[in-house]
Design a protein around this ligand. Structure first.
Ligand code: SF4
Length: 251
């Protein structure tokens, strides 16, 4: 049935790939509605449901979200953040991206520090957090086992990201968190096809690229525990990304 909802928005995967997604999804709300009921990836949907049923002991009192997680933020945002996918006991539990896990602690602290969020932490969908001039989305909207969506799953989810990019008309700076998110954005925005391979912005931490349309792409390691606990991503590197986004937008 979710496939029917998908089509009821007047689109096909091919139409989205051809770039007609904006006409199909009239609003970010419509994208989010379709995401929440999506069932295109049986492996991921089964995993999210299983995690929601079994829970982590420390979250045994929680009623896990257990579904695809929609993007959220300011529809007029000039800063777009692209993550990888919901965390099994983070966004898959709380229903909001980067909410309720250590990656979110890093992200919202930085967003708040540089004026893009109303508070420095995120604990639940009802915590009152508001994003300012910022929108947060992800390459895949369902928590994947081992934090690794397959290539096919990423391709299935890409139309949602493409639709968001067409509806977020004011975005000027894009921060991609990790190589998968970086490549997902390049694909969804059409740059992967339009640019010759040697001109495609390669993923490198804190690398900045200005695309031909003026959009500035800033890459960062993902603030996962694996990166932050090992010092691969330091707080200084992390803050430099958002400080740079603020400078670019304030020019
Ligand atoms: S990962 Fe994306 S395409 Fe796959 S089921 Fe979740 S929302 Fe749908």
């Amino acid at each position: 049935m979710p496939e029917l909802l998908y089509l009821s928005e007047g689109m096909t995967v091919n139409s989205l790939r051809r770039g007609s997604s904006r006409g199909s999804f009239r609003s970010l709300t419509a994208v989010n509605r379709a995401v929440i009921t999506c069932a295109r990836c049986p492996r991921l949907r089964a995993y999210c449901r299983r995690v929601a049923r079994d829970k982590k002991p420390e979250f045994s009192e929680w009623d896990y979200w257990g579904r695809p997680v929609p993007a959220f933020g300011d529809p007029g945002a000039r800063l777009l953040i692209v993550g990888l996918a919901p965390a099994a006991h983070g966004a898959n539990r709380t229903g909001r991206l980067f909410t309720g896990d250590s990656s979110g602690n890093w992200l919202y602290e930085a967003l708040h520090r540089f004026g893009f969020a109303s508070r420095p932490d995120a604990v639940s969908r009802t915590d009152g957090l508001e994003l300012r001039d910022c929108y947060i989305t992800a390459a895949a909207r369902c928590a994947p086992p081992g934090n690794k969506p397959s290539r096919t799953e990423l391709e299935r989810c890409r139309p949602y990201l493409s639709a968001e990019l067409r509806l977020l008309e004011r975005v000027r700076v894009v921060v991609t968190l990790g190589r998968i998110a970086h490549d997902a954005w390049l694909n969804a925005a059409g740059w992967w096809e339009r640019l010759p391979p040697r001109e495609r912005p390669r993923f490198a931490p804190n690398a900045e690229t200005r695309l031909p349309d003026g959009t500035v792409l800033v890459a960062s390691y993902h603030p996962s525990r694996q990166n932050t606990n090992t010092g691969k991503l330091t707080r200084a590197m992390w803050h430099a990304v958002f400080r740079r986004a603020r400078v670019l937008l304030d020019r």
